[in-house]
Design a protein around this ligand. Sequence first.
Ligand code: AN7
Length: 417
Amino acid sequence: MSYQECINCHTKYGIDEIVYFCKKCGDILEIKMDMERAAEAVKTGDHKKKAPLSVWRYRDFMPIHEATNVVTLSEGGTGLHRSERLGEALGLTNLWIKNEGENPTGSFKDRGMTVGVTKAVELGARHVICASTGNTSASLAAYAARAGIRCTVLIPSGKIAYGKLSQAMIHGAKVLQVRGNFDEALEFVLKLAEKHRSIYLLNSINPFRIEGQKSLGYEICEQLDYDAPDRLIVPVGNAGNISAIWKGFSEFYKLGLLNKLPKMTGIQAAGSAPIAKAIKSHSNKIVPVAEPETVATAIRIGAPVSWKKALNAINESHGTAETVTDEEILDAQKLLAQVEGIFVEPASASSIAGLKKLVRNGIINKNERVVCVTTGHGLKDPDTAIKMSEKPVEVDAEMSAIENALGIKAQVAVIQR
Ligand code: AN7
């Protein structure tokens, strides 16, 4: 049987107990997977027979009862794209992009929500809630709609990208725009879920979300034929994803499916980088940022809840963390879109911007096999994309005007017989 365990004092909790923080020490929890069940699945190859590459291919690795119907929109199974042209531009020979924008609501959050909302329904919850910089709310709203349960999302007023807001709204969530930042909104949902026990909390402190997201690590392993990359680069906000991906790789390692582990490398926006600062100063604690600021609104988070898990992932894997400026983020977004055809939102592009900086600084060497995770689709934030791109040229509806605009000479048509 799998169970929940405090990451600090290791107090154990049952898999069907609704508990968000350790009752003894207040720290966050993680799921300890049923290793016997997983090992059996590996031995028989059952997980591969069950489904194509996707979150639920790993059902035997998930803390969900066998009889439960899952709430799914076909998440995971995203592309791992060999990126030769981008690699060349950055001076790398073996670069890959794992593009999480290919998920049903356009971000990696769907991996966590399919498991989190399935668990919510399994526990009998009829109302789910989260605080969000945008993608979590879009995803939760969709999965709650799919499950037919009530959904409330708290978002920072005026600071989330329009695409994400439109998703939460059209899926019928109750959207509360809090006059404050994400960290403040999160404080409220934590208190609300403690006070009103019928409301089930689905922020990434909920360890069932992390279980879904760990499939990102599993999939990369499978897509690389069980030969782990040398390095995994991912944007970091609340730090759930980097922790989840590390959990995925570590579990496959413990199951004997891998013989090495990647260096986990977290990238944060310079204006909201408590984890990168802690890593750079060799500290085992973070100093929260009171007023986080960045164009990458998805990762505008000053007090990441999973900071301890993230520091552990980075340190244990001998990885690192780096900061990038807004300008570097936007340049990377454009570069990726124009040399690889992959359109991602600014927060996602921070992994590419970080890669560029780490290559430049000699931290990453040119032959490392690097996987960059791009976490969310570019259409989430069309305003930013339009602002930084070449403006469309308006032309008269005439051939000569169009040729003029293209800088090609008008030619006299030769009619061939
Ligand atoms: C595109 O939606 O926190 O480090 O509330 O949307 O796991 O928090 C979003 C985070 C990276 C950071 N890239 O992941 C939310 C939210 C994108 C994101 C992150 C987010 P974590």
